[in-house]
Each structure stands twice: as C-alpha cells, then as structure tokens.
Design a protein around this ligand. Sequence first.
Ligand SMILES: C[S@@+](CC[C@H](N)C(=O)[O-])C[C@H]1O[C@@H](n2cnc3c(N)ncnc32)[C@H](O)[C@@H]1O
Length: 266
Amino acid sequence: MAAARARESERADRLFDDPLAATLAGPEGFDWLERMQPSGGSGGPGLYAVVRTRFFDDFLLDACEGSGVRQVVLAAAGLDTRAFRLDWPPGTRLYEMDLPEVLDVKDEVIEGSGARATCERRTVRVDLKEETWPEALLAAGYRAEEPSVWLIEGLLFYLPGAAVHSLLDRVTTLTAPGSLLGLDLMNRNLLFSPMAWLQLAALARRGAQGRFGTNVPEALLERHGWEADVTQPGEEGANYGRWPSTAPHRRLPGLPRSFLVKARRS
Ligand SMILES: C[S@@+](CC[C@H](N)C(=O)[O-])C[C@H]1O[C@@H](n2cnc3c(N)ncnc32)[C@H](O)[C@@H]1O
C-alpha cells in the first residue's frame, strides 16, 4: 500500500502527496507492487489503494471539519501517514492501532525522517483479533463517550468472519451515537474470481488467514448498529477521473466487486 502511495505521489495529477511512503515501503514494498501489477500497469491493487486512500482522506477530514469530531482511530493503520500529511483541525487526537512489530518499524522510519505529526498522534500496539485491544485504546486516552471517526481500511478482507464480527461489535461498544466509521470490503464473488487468484495466492503465501467478503455491506453494518453509505470504486465520488471503467450496477449478480463504506452510528 505504501509503495502504491509513493508511486502516486510522483504523478503531476496526484490525488495526494505522501512524502514518507517511499521510505516506508522500502525495496520490498516496490517489489510486491511490481509482482501484483507486472509491467507497470496502472490498474490493479495499486489504483485501488490510491482511490481508497483519497476517498478516506476526504471522509476523515470531512468528519473533523464538518461534524466537529476530534478523535480519529485508524484500526490496522499499517504504514498510513495521515497523521503527518493531512491538515487536521486544532485539537485533533489520532490513534493508530496495529501489531507491535508493524508500529515499531514504522516509528523507526518516521523518527529517522524528522517528520512532525499535524495532530496529536498516539500509537496503540495491539492484536485486533484479541479481546483486550479496547482496554489498550482506552488506556491511551480514547474517550468512548465522545464522538469519534474510525477507519478500518485494508483489514477486514484478511480476517476470518468471526473476527470481523467481534471487531465490529467492539467498535460499536466504543463509539457514541453519531460517530462515523469508514471501511472497505470485498464481495463474495471477488473471493472466488479468477481475476483475484494471483493476489489471493500471494496473500496466502504471506500468511493472510481469512478471506472475508460480503455482497451486502449495508446489512453487515446494520447488524452492528451502523447505517452505511456504500460506494464502488469508479462510481461518482470514488472515480477522480482515474478509474478505467464504469462500476457495474449493484443489481447485476455474480460480479467481483469492492466497496468503500461510510457509516454513521445509529
Ligand atoms: C493491507 S494493510 C492496510 C494498512 C493501512 N490501513 C493502509 O491502507 O495502508 C493491513 C494492516 O492490517 C494489520 N493487521 C493485520 N492483522 C492485524 C491484527 N490482527 N491486529 C492488528 N493489525 C493487524 C497489518 O499489520 C497491516 O498493517
């Protein structure tokens, strides 16, 4: 993901600028991107990552500027650098949750770069499949009674179904009504699509356990207490003049799809 953001940052018509991404990706990240989209193709997972990044940049900033939210939680933040590259309103506190080994490596690179966060950044080293991560987030200063905006980007696809449901249950318990949640999902057809075999095989080799997908994100979110607004990459609001094809209508069955979801706590 960081390699895709680094490549995007080199473009004259870039959708965002991520100056830390190239160092964070390292040669291994660029190798991975090259294997996923050989011969420098401009579509594939790289374009998905880029459109998704910009979509959720706007979502998070709108939540803070428009709705006055000052608590941001990035679950599975990975090598995300929004804490450094977005223009957060004063008083914004941003929590990054990920596995300890990921945040350790990330912080080493960031410290070496001299970059300064544009918000109050707090890292929370947790395994989101375990029951205890909410305690770690609360101990880091998160206030469940105040409105918040959450992002679960690039994670749910990799988890077993039971872990997805318990993660969403815990997020619901930790959020006040009116809070906002962004996440991305794959549909069931994508999981079984020949188009996805190369990526799925590569992910399996790297130990990605589950493969969660749903054809109806609205129902998944409703089950956990959220009202969802679902956009497919390529549709209005997630196209940016860059997506190569029109998104197929949701009524057409049997097609592989991905979804960008913005939800409000009911
Ligand atoms: C595909 S990356 C996405 C990272 C980031 N959101 C982005 O879009 O660049 C998936 C992230 O999920 C994290 N992750 C996977 N399983 C996790 C778990 N059980 N607990 C915490 N983080 C996890 C990985 O360490 C990785 O940083």
